[in-house]
Design a protein around this ligand. Sequence first.
Ligand SMILES: [Ca+2]
Ligand SMILES: [Ca+2]
Ligand SMILES: [Ca+2]
Length: 849
Amino acid sequence: MKKTAIWMLFAGALLAAGCKTGSSSADLKLNDLEYFERQGVNVLVYSNTFSGGFNDEKNSGIEVIHHGVRTVQGGAVRLSNTPEQWDLVPNTLSREVKADDNAIEVALRYDDYDFDSRIVVTGKGPAVEIAVYLDKPVPKELEGDAGFNLEFLPAEYWGKTFLTDGRLNRFPRYTASETTARPNAEKVKQYRGYRTYDDRGTDQFVDALPLETGHNFTLAPDTPERMIKVSSDSDISLYDGRVLAQNGWFVLRSVLPAGQTGKVLSWTVEPNAIDGWIREPNIGFSQVGYQPVQPKVAVIELDKLDKVQSTASLVKIGEDGSEKTAFTGKVTEWGPYFKYNYVKFDFSEVKEPGIYYIKYGDTKTVNFLIDNSVYDKITDATSDVWIPIHMNHMTVNEGYRIWHGEPFKEGYLQAPANTNHFDLHSQGVIDTKYKALQLIPGLNVGGYFDAGDFDIETGSNIGVVQNLVTLWEVFKPQRDETFVDEDQRYVDLHRPDGIPDVLQFIEHGTLNLVAQAENIGHMAQTLSNSVLDNYHHLGDAAAITDGLHYDPRLKPYTKSADGKSSGTPDDMWAFTTRNPGLDMRAATMFAAASHALRGYNDKLADRALTQSKRLQKEAEELMAKMAQQPGRQGGGNRMMMGNNAATNLQLYVATGDKSYLDAFESQIWEGLERNANSSISTAMDAIPYMDQAYRDKLVPYVEKYKEYLDSFETENPYGVPIGLGNWAGSGSVVSFGTTASFAAKYFPEIISKDYAYKATNFLFGCHPYHNYSLVAAVGATRPKSVFYGNNRADFSFIPGNVAPGVLFRHPDHFENYDNWPFLWGQNEGTIGGNTSYLIFGSAFKDIVK
Ligand SMILES: [Ca+2]
Ligand SMILES: [Ca+2]
Ligand SMILES: [Ca+2]
């Protein structure tokens, strides 16, 4: 009795204390990182702000990270039911954290409409209140359009149930919701006046109609980790944004009332939290496996509340399917890194080839191999599949499947003067012999699609040819799995044609770049879409344009009598504004390509060399002229050329002219003194062409570089550079791995192979968030299953792709969606990035073979 009474007294005191602060652990409270938190739920309020246009990719506003997954975002005053990527976004004028009120207030503004609003998010028990305040009423022209929207990730909600005021329903796997066509005059303008849609001459736009409307929504009551309740006195409608754009989300929305000021809207949003939830450990390891001799360290990502296990095990799967524990070892703590706690499990002493998996507590990984052969095929999918599929101006076939027909048969038109472009290009005054919208002949040949889009970015195509030439010069890969016929304009995958594929890739890239130099007179910035409504194309590249020359005298959507031209303004444009720096890069690349192509395609080698010499001379003259302009720093071309040891080295390799090598030598030491880490890669590239004394003189810089490599061990648990930008960092890991591989090749006494293995570990699964391979590589047990390739609408991938990977979201969250391909910053692959991976893979295989 007495005991119970004391307990009751104690409980009463706790209750009283609870009442005083008005909170418990079940409440959403602002933390030091300025977001609302309870275990299992983070509500972020403008930790990530909207930037608009190309950069608006559903990463901003009010966001919910629900049991570890960012499932809700886009909370903002928006101007349409289902905003697309190029719809207007509000500027965030201010963001104020009101710790005493457990609230965050943001001020939003649409400059185009002189429309200001404030959003106040307040933690109230297990929910947040989202309130919209207006000091002036909604502008007349936005009445009925301005509303508060909150977006839900389709891949996390489809197939799940929802209730609206008690009415039962289920989120659709695919969109089939109802729409209405409205006059274009009623459409709120899009970013910079662009238009995401082709109205086919109807002068109408399409607007989504709601799936449901009511006051109380319960989303996913069947799935505790996704269940969210949203309620309001105002009408809330649910829309399916995918009906307008495949990357659309489910949207809850309330239109703001007309003619009112003050607190015009209030929602209560309560994300369910699973009692006592602890995130499952993410055991990072290489999905491709390990060689017997290499270090084998799994990095285990743990919830900060998770208790660290003292040991982990390696289980061996026998040839007869039996399982036995092969090794049990200590788990060591690395410590906190952003949101999670990290521990490591070193099983390097297991060297016996076999099939294994890791067991940590109740968590098991998928299986992986320990064997000398595990890395043999890591570049095969990239070179046999990904790169040839990205060959522009060709039909690409694979077995029974056509990946794409021949794109852009009508060629490219001169971009008009003073044009800003949605993919971040611009045309200044026209500096060619062509008039605006005149056909520039000869450009529809060769070249590579940039990425998940279909433009030719000249800068990255130059880098690609340079990468491929380096690959050819250093490793001479003879692999022949691709049939390429430039006359037939036909590529067939997995069909050998007697010519090493890399040579054909160099030829294909060079064909377009030489055509630019010959027909434009210098390098274009880009060959890209002229209209936004075909820039976001998904599907066959040959269907982006109609293949007919655009004739403005014809009516849109009609053809000429001879069937050769049309009135549809869909032709691609060449953005030609001259950049002597780009011309100089092209000149260097042309020299290198000419060297590689000599003996295989002499005619193209000659054309490349001719353009190399001309562009180099003209670029130097232009840069000298620019240097003399008032306001410019003196030195001009000498400065720009003088700093470029890499260019001089490439020119020496291509031409054999010793003066380039002398220039290189006079520059490289200064570069190494200034920054050994950034110059060491170029310095090592010269080793094959220099004497032993040169190599020995590099030793102290390589020692410095080792300190730099080691610094990553303390910077993060994975020991490689991890990028925090809006394009995730696999590229820096590839570059880290490439330089580390060459250093291990030339200076094995200083740089061990272990650094290069860290890069493959990270790329193949030992990284934050999940443990899937970021490369759709041959050999990986569980590569990522969706990428932002041009087939992303099919929730698929193009084999061999390297994803940018784990994207950092402020203030402390890494993510990589593997059920939602549409965020380019984490899931796209580029021709530049993937050819860099080809070099890394080749250099890596060379040192570990
Ligand atoms: Ca592009
Ligand atoms: Ca071939
Ligand atoms: Ca056309």
